[in-house]
Design a protein around this ligand. Structure first.
Ligand code: BEZ
Ligand code: FE
Length: 278
């Protein structure tokens, strides 16, 4: 059969006729359709195709147990946030979700109410005072709240080789009987996404900056509710309108008053879990 620039897309799509997984077939068909349209629309040259192959190869080679350059690529192209926005649509009034990011670990210290999660991390101390509720405003007692944040120099504990496996700036805690959780961290500061790899080079080449506005991460889990993965962003941060990973939602921007001392307060509203059997 004769293949030219017009017939090739149908030929590739037909090659999936025997695929017995309908979702996989749909995804591959759509992917090929959009990829071919991209090549036709840009009239991609062979040199540019090779540059793309080199870039993707370098992206894979940058990945290891603690570094996921492909997720970073997805993040800076807005694909991670688009996937979150489509899959984690919340009912009105429920707290919105945002990107997970690469710096969560599952070995954070389990700490009690009132704990100082920063330890010896550099930064200005900040009180955190949050409440977790159901959509009707009733408190959720015993909700599992995982928090993680960068220090004043914009680094997470896992980015500091000198700390080894020692953890700071993160904790796993639980809300009290009133759904409340109080602890101490540091005032968050803006920081750049990792730029020492191909994604960083792409940001430079396209005239983009790597900065994320100052934020603290939260993952909140409670039985009978949708797990919430989100951040609180610091009001007034200069990067709120140009987050390198497009993760800002207006409802997550919070004022942190600095006097008499910095306090971050917020009420998180969890959506009820719609069970499959319902
Ligand atoms: C973060 O906020 O920790 C993050 C998210 C996406 C890419 C890099 C860092
Ligand atoms: Fe972060």
């Amino acid at each position: 059969m004769h293949i030219d620039e017009h017939s090739i897309t149908d030929a590739v799509i037909r090659s999936f006729d025997g695929c017995d997984n309908p979702r996989l077939k749909q995804i591959m068909t759509s992917l090929v359709t959009h990829l071919h349209d991209f090549v036709r629309e840009t009239r991609l040259t062979e040199a540019e195709w090779m540059e793309g192959i080199r870039f993707l190869t370098a992206t894979g080679q940058k990945c290891n147990d603690t570094r996921q350059e492909f997720i970073l690529l997805s993040d800076v192209l807005g694909v991670s946030m688009l996937t979150v926005a489509l899959n984690q649509a919340r009912s009105p009034g429920a707290t919105e979700a945002t990107v997970f990011g690469p710096f969560y670990t599952d070995d954070a210290p389990r700490l009690e109410q009132g704990a100082d999660i920063a330890g010896d991390a550099p930064g200005e101390p900040m009180e955190v005072d949050v409440v977790v509720t159901a959509p009707d405003g009733s408190p959720i007692a015993g909700a599992q709240v995982d928090v993680w944040q960068a220090d004043e120099e914009g680094l997470y504990d896992v980015q500091r080789a000198t700390l080894g496996t020692r953890r700071r700036g993160r904790a796993a805690m639980k809300t009290d009987a009133e759904g409340r959780l109080r602890f101490r961290g540091v005032v968050p500061t803006a920081y750049p996404v990792p730029t020492d790899g191909p994604v960083g080079r792409m940001l430079v080449a396209t005239g983009r900056h790597p900065w994320r506005p100052a934020h603290m991460h939260f993952m909140i889990r409670a039985e009978g509710y949708e797990t919430l993965v989100t951040h609180l962003f610091r009001e007034g941060d200069p990067y709120l309108d140009s987050d390198a990973v497009f993760g800002v939602r207006r409802s997550l921007v919070v004022k942190i008053p600095s006097s008499p001392k910095p306090v971050l307060s917020h009420t998180f509203v969890l959506d009820r879990l719609i069970s499959d059997s319902a």
